[in-house]
Design a binder for this molecule. Structure first.
Ligand SMILES: [Zn+2]
Length: 362
């Protein structure tokens, strides 16, 4: 058992993920009645023997870091387990959007423990302290704090707007191909990874994020969650979150979740809501896994029939664990672009749905 100080911006869910535990467990441990029952500055009991990605102790001897090109206060804050506000205050920065490479920044407290990777993994996507360049110069940290819808489902409709999603990876044979096609066409996607594969291929996790894509949680080993207990579901998700954090060397809040097989019941929905995670299903199913040798059929699934991109737009489902998915991807993107579709990430669709469902304040 350990005690931590709650920082501003912390939620029970973010603390639980950081300490490899669950919201339920924290509530029990601290006699909390409600998830909103926490306050910055107060202390919280956490299970002490779990994997930790950020330092629990703050306010020790200050350490410094040099800002690298492409970094933002958000990416730095996330890597060192602090907040943009905290960094701005500590360094007397008026405008957090105006920071310059080469500037020395005070971090406050000891930097987080460096996670070592096997030498072979370091080759292309090394771990911090060499920073991971984020191509759109925007960290996932502020992004994840924007108000967003709690789900994307079959019934949503997005006109001339799609988000590409890839499930079940990362896969050393097929994910690199998918990533290079995305990059070549200047678009990004959301990768719903399993914890098992994230642990096995950490360099791909780093590449996915470094190239501006989003990571989503697809459980540790792909069970049908409608047949899984709530406790086991939470374990599946936390273990996956920890594998991703370990691969990246910092805490990356995965707040989008896709239940395997799209299998959902009321417990799954409620659990995701409690965790503050958005449930991402899909509108258009490429059915790529069904057609290893019929690329035209995959194109037809996306562009033809009752459930095509023309009917509902929105989220398109692929899997980056088959050769055919990467094989058709270039054609799919080019056709979408030729026909004037906007290709975004699920992050943007979630924000758009939230804005659509929220009447403007009078
Ligand atoms: Zn899957």
């Amino acid at each position: 058992m350990a005690t931590i100080k709650i920082s501003s911006g912390d939620t029970l869910s973010s603390i639980a993920k950081r300490h490899g535990t669950t919201v339920e467990e924290l509530k029990k441990l601290n006699d909390l009645k409600d998830v909103d029952d926490i306050q910055a500055g107060k202390t919280l009991k956490v299970p002490g023997d779990r994997f930790e990605t950020t330092p629990a102790v703050q306010g020790e001897a200050s350490s410094t870091v040099e800002i690298q090109a492409g970094e933002t206060l958000g990416t730095i804050a996330q890597r060192y387990g602090t907040s943009v506000e905290e960094l701005a205050k500590l360094n007397k920065i008026q405008n957090p959007d105006r920071i310059f490479a080469g500037k020395i920044l005070k971090i406050g407290g000891a930097p987080h423990e460096k996670v070592e990777a096997a030498p072979s993994m370091e080759a292309n996507f090394p771990l911090p302290p060499k920073p991971i360049p984020v191509s759109d110069e925007k960290s996932t940290f502020p992004e994840s704090r924007k108000p967003k819808a709690s789900s994307l489902t079959y019934s949503d409709s997005f006109k001339k707007e799609v988000a590409l999603t890839f499930d079940d990876g990362p896969n050393p044979k097929y994910t690199p191909k998918v990533l290079s096609i995305l990059k070549e066409h200047g678009v990004n996607a959301t990768f719903f990874v399993t914890g098992k594969n994230a642990e096995a291929y950490p360099e791909l996790i780093r590449q996915i994020v470094a190239e501006g894509n989003t990571l989503g949680n697809h459980t540790w080993d792909h069970p049908d969650l409608s047949k899984t207990s709530k406790a086991d579901m939470l374990k599946e998700m936390t273990r996956t979150q920890n594998a991703v954090d370990k691969a990246l060397g910092y805490h990356y809040e995965m707040d989008q979740m896709r239940p395997p097989y799209g299998a959902v019941d009321s417990t799954v929905k409620e659990t995701l809501k409690n965790e503050g995670d958005s449930m991402i299903l899909w509108n258009v199913d490429s059915n790529d896994w069904r057609y290893p040798k019929d690329d035209q059929k995959i194109m037809d699934n996306i562009f033809g029939g009752e459930a095509s991109v023309y009917v509902r737009g929105g989220v398109i489902l692929f899997h980056d664990v088959h050769p055919q998915s990467g094989r058709v991807l270039g054609d799919v993107i080019e056709r979408l672009q030729e026909e004037g579709f906007k290709i975004e990430k699920t992050d943007q669709l979630l924000e758009e749905k939230f804005a659509r469902n929220t009447p403007p304040k009078a």
